[in-house]
Design a protein around this ligand. Structure first.
Ligand code: F0G
Length: 465
């Protein structure tokens, strides 16, 4: 990336941050014509979730499960021990996670939401309230499915797209105190912190904030759980941005974060650098035992949790690789690089760019489209039409027909899969966004023709107005 390294580390002689890998295996992506894309988009009822992946040139729908695995991970796939119980691959994963997080009790699950489902089946239920800096949608859905209430407590800066607060993922600590006072500690099974905070733009949480939240939890004898999908990216931001943290390694920062937690739900499809997998970490022995029993009921035995031995092996290796600081500096810089190009073209995005995605402010992009006509969906369709890029609406479509509170912004997320695309792909994405922005007045609003009530963004069918 031809921009100087502004990180806190020793200044390298050469300042260009490169992809810290070379490519051994390639997967062709297919160019389509504008006419083809027009037809395909209509066939998919203007919902890119309904496209075939082969119809997409650059897929920025999610960073989840879309990573490229390393040669060592592929070697691990061959080494995977497929024993039903006590697989060697499980012990290698357990040791890797114990080393990284300090947790002894490690359960594999098939993905993050399986960990959430088990946890909230155990501690949720009617009358309960679970605070978070901001719940991801599956976390909220699992909490609500148990009958409990999910509450977001982001800091006020999170609502301002252009505030350059370095830790916009932080929790509003006084608001947490007030919530505990109002709801009563006996109705709060745990406090959760999502690192990084996906819902508010992939923004990091500072170690200072995590410590303050932990202090409140201790005072009220409440457990603190972290949704640690992107803990490595969060640790890099702490090292890079938080005063006094520069001298720590990302590994040390990671350990400092997990030392504050009583448990964690993790989707390994993000910083685990694998295509499938999740984890549930629990310190309390009794709660862990109950989680084991529930996991056996629906996921599989406790040493594989719904995964193949080879998946556990790839995950263990992925979690070792994600701690590489060359990798993390390239990763965070790639997102920032794309963000800078979009800002230079006049787009408004959530600033500063987060760890895994750029969030375009679609309300600013299309001021002529009212919120009821889904400006985010219009931008998503525009990006596909103009360049074959697939992005994701995070606004009124995703929020559903009766949100507890309407989303603060109409956003379009460009999520960057890990190690999958190169700088020239992101140059192309930036050019396409700039071109669409220049033609933004031609974008039209959308209406929903057909949609389920819950998680409607996956399957909704739209028509153009
Ligand atoms: N928590 C966070 C913060 C997430 O971003 C996700 C998934 C999950 C939990 C659930 O994990 O998908 O493995 O069950 N986020 C993906 C995304 C889907 O596109 O942001 P999962």
């Amino acid at each position: 990336m031809p921009i100087q390294n502004r990180g806190p580390f020793e200044p390298p002689t050469l300042r260009t941050i490169i992809e810290p890998f070379r490519i051994k295996s390639v997967e062709p992506v297919r160019m389509t014509t504008a006419d083809e894309r027009e037809r395909l988009l209509r066939e998919a009822s203007f919902n890119p979730f309904l496209l075939h992946a082969s119809q997409v040139l650059i897929d920025l729908l999610t960073d989840s499960g879309a990573s490229a695995m390393s040669s060592e991970q592929w070697a691990g796939i061959m080494r995977g021990d497929e024993s039903y119980a006590g697989s060697e691959s499980f012990w290698r994963l357990r040791d890797t996670m114990r080393d990284l997080t300090g947790f002894d009790n490690v359960l594999p699950t098939h993905q993050g939401r399986a960990s959430e489902r088990i946890l909230f089946e155990l501690v949720g239920g009617p009358g309960k309230v679970v605070p978070n800096n901001a719940h991801f949608d599956t976390t909220r859905a699992n909490i609500e499915h148990s009958g409990a209430k999910a509450v977001n407590l982001p800091i006020p800066e999170a609502a301002s797209p252009t505030s350059r607060h370095p830790f916009k993922g932080n929790m509003d600590v006084p608001a947490l105190e007030r919530l505990i006072e109002r709801e009563g500690r006996e109705n709060i099974p745990l406090v959760m912190m999502t690192l990084t905070n996906n819902t508010s733009g992939g923004q990091p949480v500072s170690l200072g904030n995590l410590r303050e939240v932990k202090a409140v939890c201790d005072r009220h004898r409440l457990p603190l759980f972290i949704d640690a999908c992107r803990f490595a990216e969060n640790a890099w931001f702490i090292k890079a941005r938080e005063p006094g943290m520069h001298a720590m390694s990302v590994r040390q920062v990671t350990r400092a974060m997990f030392d504050l937690a009583d448990g964690a739900t993790i989707s390994a499809k993000k910083d685990g650098l694998v295509n499938i997998g999740g984890l549930l970490l629990i310190r309390d022995a009794a709660l862990f035992q109950r989680a084991c029993n529930l996991l056996i009921l629906t996921e599989g035995f406790v040493t594989y949790g719904g995964l193949a031995g080879r998946d556990l092996e790839a995950m263990a290796q992925g979690y070792r690789e994600v701690m590489e600081e060359d990798y993390l500096s390239y990763r965070i810089r790639s997102v920032e690089y794309l963000g800078e190009k979009l800002i230079a073209s006049g787009l408004r995005i959530i600033e500063p760019p987060g760890g895994h995605a750029i969030y375009i402010d679609a309300g600013h992009f299309c001021p002529h489209i009212p919120r009821a006509e889904f400006p985010g969906q219009a931008v998503v369709c525009g990006l596909y039409r103009i360049a074959g890029i697939r992005a994701c609406e995070i606004g009124s479509v995703m929020a559903g027909p009766r949100p507890a509170s309407p989303p603060a912004l109409e956003l379009v997320r460009l999520a960057l899969p890990r190690r999958a695309y190169t700088q020239s792909h992101y140059d192309y994405v930036a050019e396409a966004c700039a071109e669409l922005f220049a033609r933004r007045h031609s974008l039209r609003g959308m209406r929903i023709v057909e949609a389920p009530d819950v998680l409607r963004h996956f399957t909704a069918r739209f028509a153009e107005i």
